[in-house]
Design a protein around this ligand. Sequence first.
Ligand code: IVH
Length: 685
Amino acid sequence: MSPSREIEQSIVHLREEINHHNHQYYVLDEPKIPDAEYDRLMRELQALESQAPELITPDSPTQRVGSEPLAGFDEVAHTVPMLSLDNAFSDEEVMAFDKRACERLEVGAVAYCAEPKLDGLAVSLRYEHGFLVCAATRGDGRVGEEITQNIRTIASVPLRLMGGDFPDVLEVRGEVYIPKAGFAALNRHQLKKGEKLFVNPRNAAAGSLRQLDPKITATRPLEICCYGVGAVDEGALPESQYEILARLKEWGLRTSPEAQQVNGAAGCLEYYRQIGERRDALPYEIDGVVFKIDKIKQQQMMGAVSRAPRWAIAYKFPAQEEMTKIIEIDIQVGRTGALTPVARLAPVFVGGVTVTNATLHNEDEIRRKDVRSGDTVIVRRAGDVIPEVVSVVLAQRPDGAAPFVMPTTCPVCGSEVRRVEGEAVSRCSGGLYCPAQRKEAIKHFASRRAMDIEGLGDKLVEQLVDAGWVKSVADLYNRTVLPHEKLAGMARMGDKSAKNLISAIEKSKQTTLARFLFALGIREVGEATAEALANHFGQLDKIISADEAALLQVADVGPVVVANLQSFFHEPHNREVISALQHHGVHWPDIDAMAERPQPLMGKTFVLTGTMETMTRDEAKRALQALGAKVTGSVSKKTSYVVAGADPGTKREKAEKLGVELLDETALKLLLVEAGQASAPTALS
Ligand code: IVH
């Protein structure tokens, strides 16, 4: 065989192989080879084609993105018009549609093909002798725009049909769309580049297909779902819509796996209900379902009016996006103190309910969307998700609408509002003092692992706060504010439970510094951090007055915890509550502060790996930290020791490679004992 003949054969073979894997991946969703292998095949084909450019054909998988940008789109006349669909919005309308069909066809019951109604853009793909020769938008239904170069970039559109029994001319009708995940990724990408965000997947799909430069279209995560045929020449098609879909699939076209044959109006309504339940879980947006009389003969008997066929109907879901006006922007203070801007809306029916509020998330989101009080906006409510403002209709902005400004003080308690650098959320620093946060803060304060006040349940806390009797956790200990009679008189309380509660409150006064710190509910100061802080500093005053460098000395305390601690103690209200608690008798034993103990392992860094026999890794970590050592997760040149138990894995190998000293369990214990003797003989609390 001549070399050129050999190349030709390899090219043909590679194209077949690539097309096969393309189909597996994009149409069947069942990839058979890893992406890297697919890329390798593509590169091989590209290399061969560049050796023999005369062998490049338009249907080669290397030619999806080939052409130069267009100057404009040509017009395409649809030989078979691309019709629209009549809509139904209620069960009754679907029943009436079915009744009309039965009457016209003079049958007792009609079978339908039920399909999801994808929310994208209708296109027509013309295949001649199996090759994709032209693709067009719907346009006005009679004349559309030629978008062949853009459609070719969509990997799930076959450039050549599979099999051989297809008609000479086959126009396939379908919907081009962007799946939900692809849409999110696309907008993340836009945001990163500082470019405009797309409002919804449908607009993004439309914008992507209308690009004059197919290279841009190629970067967009477009997909296709085929749902019908237009012109068909020289070749028979099956006799029902459902079978036609199956045939399209055999020819390598992507169709909906959700299509089903159903019977009568009852079958249609059941399908609508089932798909409706799964709507949010589907990977793409749908705005309803479509019922098509299944038998093609019956479709022909029904005929069409100028705009839409009489043999099909779309049963729409309640719209998930509607337009309305923002009356004002309010600030809500959540239980963690997070300030959430909320749009108060002129009532609007969207996603099946009347919506009057929509979240605006945070300051950055408002700025990005430039939402202002008085604006007309698009509101979205999908499934059970909280309604949100999607975008502003700028053309309808009233004169003088002022940009939104985040308040600098909490609208509930007046405390300073702070926003930690790198975080999107602004928070009220009022902590225990802020009524909005108070209930949750008190529940946490009284909880078992905090101050452990038995009998002070959630319901009771809510009653106490609602009645205005408990304004801060300190009030719980104040018998003038909260005397026995008041407690006994509350709903579901009585003399005995009030007595029990008071004695539980009394008992809680004797606590530990770690519990008390944890009970304060400082953000990100959980039990372990509270304990580390208590052990390190020994006294509350020292924690309050510690500077950043001193706080960072504590095991597991990083810059975020430092910022939270400082913000909490900086707030005068919080310091007042702490003093009041101490004034009412809350106390704890002093701890021998670790910071003041000799720290023989100070400056040494340990990495623990593998399983030890006599202690857990966590115990070893604490013991090392108690002696001043730092324990980290990864081995580097700076690591002093790697402690390797059984099955140590790669960390041991890395230590050996870097020449870091290895310790086994016995050596570690020896080291702990020796270092412990050098340390003050105080037990850890
Ligand atoms: S059939 C003659 N089936 O909905 C029948 N349309 O509102 C014409 N659509 O223009 C369309 N999914 O863009 C059909 N499974 C489906 C569909 C579907 C989405 C779109 C299509 C059409 C519009 C009509």
